[in-house]
Design a protein around this ligand. Structure first.
Ligand code: AHR
Length: 499
């Protein structure tokens, strides 16, 4: 099996916005309590946050974390989570039917994020609340002082404003499961008026208007068109959410899901550009793919969780990821890179314990799931300019897709560091793919390493005790006369790094 590609410095798609390597922490399951926060843990810092988890997040160089939800935010009163912890109420949390103790709230999370080296993308509640709660939260977080809510923040021990730049106007408001679910018309009006008020307090913030919860929603893509008719001028981003699973155990089809994601992005771009034209607007809407991942392994276990009595942090959505999931995650990351001109933000949902690359044992070890690795590689090596590779690859037909290229690839040129990175997935399940890549315009470059994530078992998983799926850097590739030749093992994720 052979594939060829050409890469050239001048085939620029766009500068990559590093926020495409964002992630997400929701008050859900063991993400906060027992995940990032565990005061009794041997590595806990003075505020109760686990240092071992923080370190894994720093290693990933996560640029931004969405918080506090998710479905959770649509029933959340942010005031419950600030002020003296002993005075905070315990609340029945309706999205996931748990008990929310409010030990962690806005200020604690902001302090944690700073420590973990990441920014925060804050979501406001447009389910049970609206303009008033949202504008007060912006005042509390971003206003320097001398007003009711900014002074309240100071009184709570945070003298400096948090300066949160990116704000989500609600979450998945198109979904009937959402608390306070709305029609497109209802949401569009509310999001516009809320965004206006928030921006009057802090004109420097960026706002995300809710798009569809998935391509499968019956209102997709008219939801986008109808809501943007209201929010186009106030919003900077529209959100996209999508999760995949291999429920029918058809791996060839599963590994082609990136094509579905690409089509989703394409449709949202077309829809937003239609509204741009309709409004004679000069602004081009950016895309925030602020929930994406594999999510299906834990569905059955979750259905069995006893919700009576209401409990704090039950183990919900704890997918254990296998090797093929890591391949798909790599493919999804490459999809963002190839759409780097419009996708300017994305959040791997989520970060710790809940459909996450990082897992923790209660009071014990933190460990890396299979999907940790493609995420790490993309985040660390995928910064700079995304280049458009010209690809000639053999193809296959799968159940839901035709003409799926065996070679899935994205290329990044980091001009400052003088590096070129070729990300490449071989989708063939049984055969290696011989790759030839013309890199003639990168004179003087040499191969630094060829990282490979491979495994004979597509279903291999990692645990706290054994890391069966981990990368090595013994990939076989060489560079001669401006051409890289390399062998991509069957079903493998590859990162070929040149400098
Ligand atoms: O990430 C898990 C959930 O998926 C989020 O709470 C919700 O927004 C989405 O449906």
């Amino acid at each position: 099996l052979k594939a060829r590609m050409i890469v050239d410095k001048s085939f620029r798609i766009s500068e990559i916005d590093e926020r495409i390597y964002g992630s997400f922490i929701e008050h859900l399951g063991r993400a906060v309590y027992g995940g990032i926060y565990d005061p009794g843990h041997p590595t806990a810092d003075e505020h109760g946050f686990r240092n071992d988890v923080k370190q894994l997040i720093r290693d990933l160089r996560v640029p931004i974390v969405r918080y506090p939800g998710g479905n959770f935010v649509s029933g959340y009163d942010w005031e419950d989570g600030v002020g003296p912890v002993e005075d905070r109420p315990k609340r029945l949390e309706l999205a996931w039917r748990t008990l929310e103790p409010n030990y962690v709230g806005t200020n604690e999370f902001m302090r944690w994020a700073k420590d973990a080296g990441t920014d925060v993308m804050m979501a406001v509640n447009l389910g049970t609340r609206g303009i008033d709660a949202a504008r007060n939260l912006v005042e509390y977080c971003n206003h320097p002082g001398g007003s009711r809510y900014s002074d309240l923040r100071k009184q709570h021990g945070f003298a400096e404003p948090h300066k949160i730049k990116m704000w989500c106007l609600g979450n998945e408001m198109d979904g009937p499961w959402q608390i306070g679910h709305k029609t497109a018309e209802e949401y569009g009006r509310l999001a516009l008026e809320t965004g206006k008020a928030m921006r009057l307090i802090d004109p420097s913030i960026e706002l995300v208007s809710c798009g569809s919860s998935s391509t499968g929603m019956p209102t997709f893509p008219s939801w986008e068109a109808e809501t943007l008719d209201h929010t186009y001028e106030v919003a900077d981003f529209i959100s996209l959410h999508q999760y995949y699973g291999n429920r029918d155990n058809d791996s060839a089809n599963y590994l082609a899901r990136g094509m579905d994601m690409d089509h989703f992005i394409h449709t949202v771009i077309s829809t937003t550009d239609f509204i741009k034209a309709k409004k004679r607007s000069k602004k081009t809407m950016k895309l925030s793919f602020d929930e994406w991942n594999v999510w299906y392994h834990s569905n059955e276990a979750d259905a069995k969780i006893d919700r009576n009595p209401w409990s704090v942090a039950p183990p919900q959505l704890e997918d254990v990821y296998n090797f093929e999931d890591a391949l798909l995650v790599g493919s999804m990351l490459m999809t963002f890179l190839r759409r780097a001109d419009r996708v300017k933000s994305a959040c791997l949902a989520q970060l710790v314990n809940v459909i996450a690359p990082i897992m923790t044992e209660d009071g014990g070890r933190a460990w890396k799931q299979t999907i940790y690795y493609p995420y790490l590689h993309a985040s660390v090596y995928g910064r700079g300019v995304s280049l458009k590779p010209v690809v000639d690859s053999p193809k296959y037909d799968a159940k839901d897709y035709t003409d799926v290229p065996y070679l899935d690839t994205a290329v990044v040129h980091n001009e400052e560091e003088d590096t070129l990175t070729i990300f490449a997935l071989n989708r063939h399940l049984t055969e290696a793919l011989d790759l030839t890549c013309d890199v003639r315009s990168f004179e003087g470059y040499a191969i630094e390493e060829h990282i490979v994530l491979e495994n004979d078992d597509l279903k291999a998983v990692n645990t706290a005790d054994s890391e069966k799926v981990a990368p090595h850097n013994k990939g076989a590739s060489e560079l001669k006369d401006g051409v890289v030749t390399g062998r991509l093992a069957k079903a493998s994720w590859n990162v070929i790094r040149l400098r």
